[in-house]
Ligand binder design. Structure first.
Ligand SMILES: [Zn+2]
Length: 545
């Protein structure tokens, strides 16, 4: 089998294997201050999330997704923050945000190779196949699974023949890998484990890190280092990024991913290891994932899509990291549509169905779509919408099209600036006027008047909302679709290449920077740079489920 015969995912696999040698060296690089100490098992009052209670370890240094971290090597495994097992592959330093990659001139940080060394750790289609090993309390596992399923799009299915899956196993401690590893991965649970602790470990399997390890945690909590039982257990309180990190939502004392006040204390009844900034304690939540936990998962499992300089990138809205999904996107239309996990893109004059995980594309229909405004949608039936030539078009999943418009509709839609599908209607800015077009009858249902110049993007925060965000010139207007009035949100956004929204947050490329924008305050946060050649943007709306 030739290397070139492999599909893109297999190329990533080979790259990963080739990294194992260097990872091994990372694993073996001990830190001079390392200490080997025993943790008295009898100090553990609650069922603390600890991978190997009472097992000695050695402090090591490594690189996680380009960021230097310290972890413990226990039983030959890289244990991070107490209960997260990192793979040698995850500890490699070749991610797209690694110093080596970012130091490259020009756009080298976005080469396909860099993207492939940072494989997507999310579970495909939100589905986690699972098995339950001998001796594990099935009802506890099932309660924990139900808690995540009731608040997020994540779904667990009993494993049949899936390659990637989780096995719950009875063990001496509680631990999980971080995200999908490829192949079988374990969630280790102690005898008598609570459903809450299993929920916590599942959180790691989905891809969540610890709340108390956030980059901004020192603004919210105090670590009482002198109360920690041993030097060795300090690793449970290290932050994940020692530089800047990006955290979703404010610090959440109700997070299922937060440890308890007395965990790893030398006197677990009297000496807290963590307190709030004001010295008070929090009530440990091991009942169910918090609403913020659920929002974080939804954000992680949604995606932004950007066409930059002819290549399609999947962009993580959490931290701005990206994966190259393929090149050859010629003269793409400005917006990218999405239909139940598949992208719809107009480029090179044709309409394409594109797999959002691996970028594989398939041409839909034989119409010429060059110069289209759109694509937008899809609606719940899979129809996308575009303006092309003098017409508005409704396009089905096979690329067949029907013309919108009737006796009361404008007959000539050339001069359309933007189209946006929302709540069974197509919003069209034709010349400087905004119209609501009925996607069933094709008639104009309402005119919102004129004054809409230099449109650089349209978006809705949620599929149910009654507001649109329209970028006119350098100002984002929050348009109330009921009253027909709008309010500009604070801030000026110049040289905008495209705007979208997902999970209640606006994302836009202004100049060369991809920003996350608060839809109420207009406050912006830089997600990543180098996006100056952006031509198109879109988003998956799964966060809206
Ligand atoms: Zn944990």
């Amino acid at each position: 089998m030739k290397f070139n015969d492999l599909p893109p995912w297999a190329t990533g696999l080979l790259v990963s294997f080739s990294l194992l040698t260097s990872c091994k060296q990372e694993l073996e690089k001990a830190v001079p201050l390392s200490a080997e100490m025993k943790t008295p098992a009898d100090t553990i009052l609650r069922n603390v999330e600890d991978a190997y209670p009472g097992v000695s370890g050695i402090v090591k240094e490594g690189v996680l997704e380009g960021q230097p971290i310290r972890y413990m090597e226990k039983n030959g495994q890289a244990v991070w923050q107490g209960d997260i097992i990192l793979s040698p592959e995850q500890l490699s330093g070749n991610g797209p945000n690694s110093p080596e990659q970012l130091a490259q001139p020009g756009k080298n940080a976005k080469t396909e190779g860099a993207g492939m060394t940072n494989p997507d750790r999310r579970w495909i289609d939100f589905i986690i196949p699972y098995q339950i090993g001998a001796g594990v309390n099935e009802s506890v596992i099932s309660n924990a699974i139900n808690a995540w399923q009731s608040s997020t799009p994540i779904r667990f299915v009993p494993r049949t023949n899936q390659t990637d899956y989780v096995r719950f196993v009875q063990a001496s401690g509680n631990s999980s890998a971080l995200g999908r590893q490829g192949g079988m991965q374990e969630i280790r649970v102690q005898s008598g484990v609570s459903a809450g602790t299993v929920m916590h470990e599942i959180g790691h399997t989905i891809g969540l890190w610890h709340e108390h390890a956030r980059a901004d945690r020192d603004a919210h909590i105090i670590i009482n280092w002198h109360n920690i039982i041993s030097k060795e257990e300090e690793n449970n309180f290290w932050q994940y990024y020692e530089g800047d990190g990006f955290d979703f939502d404010p610090f959440d004392f109700n997070s299922i991913m937060l440890y308890g006040n007395y965990d790893f204390s030398k006197d677990p009844k009297n000496l807290p290891t963590m307190v709030k900034k004001d010295g008070s304690l929090w009530t440990l939540n091991r009942q169910s994932p918090s609403s913020s936990d659920a929002r974080t998962v939804k954000s992680m499992y949604s995606n932004l899509y950007i066409i930059w300089n002819g290549s399609l990138y999947g962009v993580n809205p959490k931290d701005g990291s990206f994966v190259n999904l393929g090149s050859g996107m010629l003269a793409p239309a400005r917006s990218i549509a999405e239909d139940k996990n598949e992208l719809r893109i107009i480029e090179n004059g044709s309409l394409w169905k594109v797999n959002r995980l691996n970028g594989q594309k398939q041409k839909l229909g034989n119409y010429y779509w060059g110069g289209s405004v759109g694509l937008t949608g899809a609606d719940p039936y899979g129809y996308c919408y575009a303006q092309h030539g003098t017409r508005l078009w409704k396009i089905d999943r096979f690329g067949n099209r029907t013309r919108l418009g009737g006796v009361n509709a404008l007959e000539n839609w050339s001069g359309t600036q933007a189209v946006f599908y929302h709540k069974n209607a197509l919003y069209v800015i034709w010349k400087d006027a905004l119209y609501k077009v009925n996607t069933t009858t094709g008639l104009v249902d309402r005119s919102y008047g004129s004054g809409w110049y230099n449109i650089n993007g349209m978006a809705a925060l949620f599929s149910s909302s009654n507001e649109l965000y329209i970028l006119s010139g350098s100002s984002i207007r929050r348009m109330n679709l009921i009253t027909g009035t709008y309010t500009p949100i604070p801030g000026s956004f110049t040289n905008v290449k495209g705007m979208t929204a997902v999970g209640g947050v606006i994302y836009l490329v202004s100049g060369s920077v991809l920003y996350k924008v608060n839809p109420l305050t207009g406050a912006r946060q830089t997600l990543s740079g180098g996006w100056d050649a952006t031509t198109s943007i879109g988003s998956s709306r799964y966060a809206d489920l």
